[in-house]
Design a protein around this ligand. Structure first.
Ligand code: MRU
Length: 369
């Protein structure tokens, strides 16, 4: 992402060689602000408060959080505390556990004085691998968009996405957005329906911001409008991300994904889930066991935005004292998912589809990247 003269990824190692830079996503779209993480506690707070968010980015941030912690105290007890602190921040995105386990596996066998350097090295490898993985997801998804462009009638390919599975949700490129960026670069004519994604409005605030910067035509919709557009024949395909995919292909993603999948099925619109292998949790037989994050009800009763004076303000939507529920994710059954776009190809959302993925090769590749 470009800010002034500088091209930013969503996370980076600062020039001091140890602190970690992030884009503060709670300030977008009104302001592009970066923030510096210097401790485990700051890192955990950045993930919990969603200054960084999106499954792959949460994972890489947690990896750097362990490095920051080991820099201060490389002992076994501190490492265990750091792991627990990070794992408690957000429960659904399995990339968090995946990244924490990767850094632990690399550092724990080492003498304490070597651990911090090894953790920084592993965090950097995970960050680089994420960009490469997203590029490969983009290439897989690009084929679908090219096909839609050549099979469709007049006008742009109409894609619907939900939440932000974009550059801001990853180190760069995004998962669901990677095919869009590559198609746009290649000159495929696109238009993206961006579902606003209440209550935190990641679609309206973040995806619209990203697509606008990339020059990709897009229109923001209220969440409930997607099904109407599908019934009207105004959506060629949906592409969404995932926070966790179970071994049978059930998908946990941002609340509001399931109704889109139902509407897609009813209207014969394909819906693809773009996800790296690190989002697939083969330890869970089906989605029923995926922990679903419940967030603060204040996110439902209040909304943040810019007033006509240009001030950023938080306003209350409901009568004071109204109770609200805030499940942050939902489960889409595998039977409704047209396919999973992974870095190793497009596979059916089924046990056979997931088993067909080259798991050992994927690990080796991402280690080298
Ligand atoms: O709660 P968020 O904003 O972290 O939710 C993000 C999503 O639901 C994304 O679709 C998912 O993490 C995939 S990000 C590539």
């Amino acid at each position: 992402m470009r800010s002034g003269d500088t091209e930013h990824r969503s996370i980076w190692l600062e020039s001091d060689g140890w602190s970690v830079g992030i884009i503060d996503q709670t300030r977008l779209p009104e302001a592009f602000e970066t923030s510096r993480l210097t401790t485990l506690e700051e890192t955990a707070a950045a993930i919990s408060r969603m200054q960084v968010r999106g499954a792959p980015l949460i994972g890489v941030t947690a990896a750097y959080g362990l490095a920051l912690s080991l820099r201060r105290d490389p002992g076994d007890e501190a490492l265990d505390t750091a792991r627990r602190t990070l794992l408690a921040t957000r429960p659904t995105a399995v990339n968090l556990r995946w990244a924490v386990d990767r850094v632990t596996a690399v550092t724990l066998p080492l003498p304490p004085e070597e651990r911090a350097r090894a953790a920084y090295g592993e965090a950097a490898r995970l960050a680089e691998a994420d960009v490469e993985v997203n590029r490969r997801i983009g290439e897989e998804g690009l084929t679908l968009l090219r096909n839609a462009a050549s099979n469709g009638g007049e006008g742009p390919v109409q894609v619907l996405t939900h939440c932000n599975a974009g550059r801001l949700a990853t180190v760069d490129l995004g998962t669901a957005t990677a095919p869009l960026y590559l198609a746009h670069e290649e000159g495929v004519e696109l238009h993206v329906w961006v579902s606003e994604t209440r209550p935190r409005n990641q679609g309206a605030a973040l995806t619209a911001w990203e697509l606008g910067r990339a020059g990709i035509a897009h229109t923001v919709l209220v969440d409930s409008a997607g099904s109407y557009l599908m019934a009207q024949g105004r959506v060629d395909l949906c592409i969404v991300g995932a926070d966790r995919v179970a071994a049978n292909g059930d998908v946990a993603n941002k609340i509001g994904t399931y109704p889109k999948a139902l509407a897609a099925r009813d209207n014969g619109v394909p819906i693809y889930v773009a996800a790296p292998l690190s989002t697939i949790d083969r330890t869970l037989a089906d989605g029923g066991a995926i922990p679903i994050e419940e967030r603060n009800p204040d996110e439902v009763t209040h909304v943040r935005g810019r007033t006509a004076d240009g001030e950023v303000a938080l306003v209350e939507l409901t009568p004071p004292g109204t109770r609200a529920a805030n499940p942050a994710l939902d489960l889409t059954p595998a039977r409704l998912v047209t396919g999973l776009i992974t870095q190793e190809g497009l596979v059916p959302a089924s046990p056979a589809g997931l088993n067909s993925l080259p798991w050992s090769r994927a690990t080796v590749r991402s280690r080298r990247a």
